[in-house]
Design a protein around this ligand. Structure first.
Ligand SMILES: Nc1ncnc2c1ncn2[C@@H]1O[C@H](COP(=O)(O)OP(=O)(O)OP(=O)(O)O)[C@@H](O)[C@H]1O
Length: 585
């Protein structure tokens, strides 16, 4: 139970609701059991009349009517209280589930990129959905049934012992066996349903991927192969489900069998005692039959609840594993900073944890406020890494990055990130309207600001060309837009909040050279007093920069202005010649 201790704070938070649930449950169980002695009493009255001990038929009638009215009253009250009990426990568990989900989600948001690299998205999703649902079964049903079981058992046993102590002993003997058997069965069911769950999630991943990659599947004509793979996966899935159903099928027969044994014991032992005169009235046997049946479900639920708690413990352990991870990127300063934007790298080296690839080796450069720097280099040279390090998506291993002369680790993290407009290489757009995707960069932006940003990113005309304009909703990953349009919407998103630093990671690669020229001209205008870093594979994006650096295998191999670099032997000159040729062709 040590992992479930994490949830105690929620029990404290909702303590009054839980305490009222407890009182309601106890009352509900007392009223639920109340009818049994009344049935016993009614049987005794009839028995007395049959035996001739009671001769007044109107007394029998009035006694029965009185009992029936009490039974109806008690049952109605018990039903109402049971309704309130569920309303309290289950509703509280839903609140706790909501709180826990929010806690996990907020924690996920605080964790650094490295965490997301090390863990699969499916795993993150499972912990926040499946695992939290399993924990809710402990917070709600498990606690509710434990209280019900405890109350019912105590009340029923008190009644039973009062009526016939010895008979009580014999009739409750099979109940612990029932509880243990149900526990074993629940564990077996859980094991198999975990396997079913795993296969189901494989099937879901496969189906989802084949829909997302349908264009590749169709163009390679591999539909028959995909169909075969799907059939194979679904066959295994079906077999695992059948395995599960086989075990589940034992559940009710087992309960019926053990209730049957208890009933036989009541009739056999109770009957003998009645015949021997040890039990005075037939009503006791009738009461016992009802008591035993009433005890069966609570006793069976002990086994079920135990297995629920075990599952919740395992799930909470998985959730805690993530909750205990500390964000690697820490904010060391609470007061906000005003950032002008001069950036300096001093002997910066950086190795990615997961791949152990040293992406940057002893890199030093400076870009002053208002200047533009272009970074050129072959693929994998470390260009994107430079941009990621400026925004502290990762912290450097060696050396120092400073902005306005202060090490970026000493700057307020929020101020640092707010002062950057970053356009990543793989522009990601949310499944929302274009307007909201751009507004993401500045939630308070007016329509005019949105249009202005889109104009500067040369995408306004495209957007107004859509029938729903800025309200066009983008599909998953913005599939309704072309690659170049996506890039430009994400440029608009980056520039809308007028940041001091603009970082563009190869974000003009999917636009034609004319549009590239247009965007660069606009950017030149809006970035007069901003620091801009443009990562590119094209000379056209770099040539107007104040400074250009060439990265090769994580090291700066050349730097200077366009006019200098085209006259120096090296990658830049070669690329320039090649791209000039392409243009002429
Ligand atoms: N998140 C990551 N985890 C592990 N290794 C990474 C990660 N990102 C990049 N790398 C590795 O670091 C090296 C530099 O990558 P980077 O993305 O900075 O190169 P790049 O110059 O931007 O390349 P491209 O022009 O193809 O975008 C590469 O060898 C890459 O495999």
């Amino acid at each position: 139970m040590k992992h479930l201790r994490h949830l105690n704070k929620y029990f404290v938070k909702y303590k009054w609701k839980l305490i009222s649930g407890l009182i309601i449950t106890i009352a509900a169980r007392i009223f639920a059991i109340y009818y049994i002695p009344l049935i016993g009493n009614s049987t005794n009255v009839i028995e007395g009349y049959v035996k001739g001990e009671i001769t007044d038929v109107s007394f029998v009638r009035s006694e029965l009517v009185y009992n029936i009215l009490l039974i109806i009253g008690a049952t109605l009250i018990s039903a109402f209280l049971t309704f309130l009990m569920r309303q309290t426990f289950i509703v509280v568990s839903r609140h706790m589930e909501y709180d826990l989900k929010n806690e996990v989600y907020r924690h996920y948001q605080d964790l650094s990129l490295n965490f997301y690299k090390k863990n699969r998205t499916g795993d993150l999703m499972n912990r926040i959905s499946d695992d939290v649902s399993k924990v809710r079964m402990y917070l709600g049903p498990a606690i509710m049934y434990s209280v019900t079981t405890f109350t019912s058992t105590v009340v029923v046993l008190i009644y039973m012992i009062e009526a016939a102590p010895e008979l009580t002993l014999f009739t409750v003997i099979p109940l612990p066996v029932l509880s243990f058997a149900i526990y074993k069965l629940s564990v077996a069911i859980h094991k198999r349903s975990t396997v079913v769950q795993q296969y189901l999630s494989r099937l879901n991943t496969f189906t989802q991927e084949s829909f997302s990659g349908i264009a590749v599947i169709k163009s390679y004509g591999i539909e028959p192969q995909t169909n075969r793979n799907f059939t194979e996966l679904s066959n295994t899935n079906r077999d695992k489900n059948i395995d599960l159903v086989k075990v589940q099928a034992f559940f009710f027969p087992l309960m019926v069998l053990l209730i049957g044994i208890s009933n036989i014991l009541v009739i056999y032992i109770g009957g003998r005692k009645y015949l021997n005169g040890e039990i005075e009235n037939l009503g006791v046997i009738v009461e016992f039959l009802l008591y035993v049946n009433m005890l069966t479900w609570p006793v069976a639920s002990i086994g079920w609840v135990t297995s629920l708690i075990q599952q919740a413990e395992a799930s909470q352990e998985r959730i805690n594993e993530f909750l205990n991870q500390k964000p690697e990127i820490k904010n060391h300063k609470s007061a906000p900073d005003k950032i002008a934007g001069s950036i300096a790298f001093k002997n910066v080296s950086f190795t990615y944890d997961d791949t152990n690839i040293t992406a940057l080796k002893n890199v030093s450069f400076e870009v002053k406020n208002g200047e533009t720097l272009a970074i050129i280099g072959k693929t994998g040279a470390g260009k994107s890494t430079v941009l990621e390090l400026i925004g502290r998506l990762y912290d450097v291993d060696q050396g120092e990055i400073s902005i306005d002369g202060t090490n970026i680790r000493e700057l307020n993290l929020e101020s640092l990130r707010n002062s950057i407009g970053y356009v990543p290489q793989d522009a990601f757009l949310f499944s929302d309207s274009i307007r909201n995707n751009i507004k993401f960069g500045k939630t308070s932006a007016s329509d005019e600001e949105i249009y202005e940003a889109a104009r500067n990113a040369s995408v306004h005309k495209n957007i107004t060309g859509f029938s729903k304009g800025y309200d066009t909703v983008l599909g998953e990953r913005g599939i309704t837009l072309s690659g170049g349009q996506k890039q430009r919407v994400s440029i608009a998103r980056a520039i809308i909040h007028n940041p001091a630093i603009l970082l563009f990671d190869d974000c003009l690669s999917a636009v034609d050279t004319e549009t590239e020229e247009e965007i660069l001209n606009n950017l030149f205008k809006i970035s007069q007093n901003k620091t801009t870093i443009i990562v590119s594979h094209r000379i056209s994006s770099a040539k107007n920069a104040d400074k250009i650096i060439i990265l090769e295998d994580g090291k700066i191999v050349q730097q200077g202005a366009h006019s200098q670099l085209i006259n120096q032997e090296g990658y830049y000159k070669e690329l320039y010649a090649k791209q000039l040729n392409e243009k002429e062709m």
